[in-house]
Design a protein around this ligand. Structure first.
Ligand code: SF4
Ligand code: SF4
Length: 536
């Protein structure tokens, strides 16, 4: 009898049991699936690769699905984040460090040593990559590469953890729709479509030409290599379809993105479409509370993400400049015309922000923007003065440094490998240049805001704890102030975890969106005077 007594004095009760019997069995099944891949990695030759790959993926998927079913299906709808700070995996304990090391190691091998996964250039693949050959041949007609393995596992992770997310947040229509959307975009646009497009290569539809590999939802600058010489040749060498894709890539940057961000905020992309966001929201959900909420992290985030944006703008300008011609009688888009167009675009955006949105920028943001603007413009002027011969910094150096530092180390190794230590949105928050552009648009000319009904807030802090972007939502809610932050990805979790219905994601008219001076607390409102005003 003594054993059944609750000896804890904690108001929150006992921490939940770590694993039920069903969850334990699900873990064994999932690990069995991973074990098959591990054996393949160590060159065990499977007689029927298609069958064993199918078994492995099915075991991993059913393990995660069963585990999630056990965790959420028998409980009432509504979010139960109980015990997150008591579990080793979700509170930077030993398991979290172990998982972080495994993920980081996997990314390092994937990016820099694919031969250890079994990649053989110009020959028959071995090891883990050979295990994926049948699936790759089925989809694209080509043998697998390390990127095909990555794409497959990435998609499977989003699908199975997406199901877990759907169970956990099933009470919220917004969360259900959003999750189905990221699952769809990842599977159809990032995984299946590019491979099927590759399959069309050499067919009559293209007059024997080739169709460039293109993830339609990956927009520059996230897709930082989209305007390199080989990509442009690929687009232009694919006839009308290629040209249409190139026009779509440009429209995505200059038309589609600004319009959608104006109407809905950056959430249309970061939480509904983007593959990085999709993985963070689904597989990364157990780690969202680990995001750093300090003021220092906020400052660091602003500097880092905008410096990466400047880096990618300079890099892309230099790369495009390097392959354009100089003779205006042959090409309308010469090196100089391109540089002048970039300079005019930058001047336009910078001038507009400084003239019309100056008050919305913090002091350090203004100084930073001026410094970056001057540096980029100086580089362009130097290149123009160089008689069209070259960019002041070698494009190849910029391209390689960006690809290594940002494209591989930051977005891959750190961005995903460190999920269990710093939360799932490290890349989105500190490094993604696409998030920087969308954030700029969201802050300065969008209708999106999170409104707060300050009088209802009980300061429980759930919203701040589970904001994956490190925003101290509670501080806004306590003041009854609208939340208009560049970094907010509109995931809506703050609103979903709020026990008092204080927070609402809205796309109302822009007027009155930023209301830091009109702080409203429930206690301060004279309801009768409001009623009288209404009847006047
Ligand atoms: S403020 Fe809310 S909606 Fe925005 S990122 Fe944080 S949790 Fe998501
Ligand atoms: S979750 Fe809701 S009640 Fe709790 S601090 Fe945030 S806004 Fe206030």
């Amino acid at each position: 009898m003594m054993d059944e007594m609750d000896k804890s004095m904690a108001l929150g009760g006992q921490p939940p049991k770590s694993l039920t019997l069903g969850q334990g069995m699900a873990v064994v099944i999932g690990m069995g699936g991973l074990g098959i891949m591990l054996l393949a990695l160590f060159n065990l030759s499977f007689p029927n690769r298609a069958l064993w790959l199918g078994l492995s993926l099915a075991a991993i998927a059913s393990g995660v699905i069963w585990f999630s079913w056990e965790a959420y299906a028998h409980r009432l709808p509504g979010i139960k984040n109980d015990g997150v700070w008591m579990k080793s995996m979700s509170s930077r304990g030993l398991w979290a460090w172990g998982l972080g090391l495994v993920l980081t190691g996997f990314y390092i091998v994937l990016y820099f040593y694919p031969q250890y996964l079994g990649l053989v250039q110009g020959g028959e693949n071995r090891g883990l990559i050979a295990l994926f050959d049948p699936l790759s041949r089925l989809l694209s007609g080509q043998p697998a590469s390390q990127w095909f393995i990555y794409g497959t596992l990435y998609t499977v992770a989003i699908l199975v953890f997406g199901l877990k997310f759907l169970w956990k947040y099933r009470h919220s229509p917004y969360q259900r729709l959003r999750t189905l959307s990221v699952m769809f975009f990842q599977t159809a646009f990032a995984f299946l479509l590019p491979d099927l497009m590759a399959r069309l290569n050499g067919h009559e539809i293209l007059d024997g030409g080739s169709l460039p590999y293109f993830d339609l939802k990956s927009i520059w600058p996230l897709n930082y290599y989209n305007f390199e010489s080989y990509r442009i040749q690929g687009f232009l060498g694919s006839g009308d379809i290629g040209l249409a894709l190139l026009i779509f890539a440009l429209l995505s940057i200059f038309v589609i993105t600004p319009i959608l961000t104006y109407r809905y905020g950056k959430r249309w992309y970061c939480s509904w479409v983007c593959g990085c966001g999709a993985l963070a929201e689904t597989a990364g959900d157990p780690f969202r509370q680990l995001s750093d909420k300090s003021l220092g992290a906020w400052k660091l985030e602003r500097w880092m993400i905008h410096l990466v944006l400047v880096f990618v703008v300079v890099m892309t300008t230099a790369v495009v400049h390097s392959y354009l011609g100089t003779d205006p009688s042959k090409y309308w888009l010469t090196k100089n015309v391109f540089l002048i167009a970039v300079a005019l675009l930058l001047c336009g955006v910078f001038g507009w922000a400084m003239l019309f949105r100056r008050k919305q920028l913090q002091k350090d943001a203004r100084y930073g923007a001026v410094a970056c603007f001057v540096i980029v413009l100086a580089l362009i002027v130097l290149a123009l003065g160089g008689d069209g011969q070259g960019f002041p910094i070698r494009p190849e150096t910029l391209r390689k440094s960006y690809g290594f530092l940002i494209g591989s180390v930051f977005s891959g190794v750190i961005g995903t490998g460190f999920y269990p230590l710093f939360g799932a949105r490290v890349w989105c928050r500190f490094g993604c240049p696409m998030a920087a552009i969308l954030g700029f648009q969201q802050k300065l000319f969008s209708r999106f805001r999170i409104t707060t009904n300050g009088g209802q807030c009980i300061s429980c802090g759930n919203c701040s704890t589970y904001c994956e972007m490190g925003i101290d939502v509670r501080a806004y809610a306590q003041r009854g102030e609208n939340i208009v932050r560049s970094s907010c990805v509109g995931c809506g979790i703050c609103s979903a975890v709020c026990p008092r219905g204080v927070l609402k994601l809205e796309n109302g008219p822009s007027r009155g969106r930023i209301d830091s001076r009109e702080v409203l607390l429930g206690n301060d409102v004279d309801l009768l005077s409001l009623v009288r005003e209404d009847h006047r």
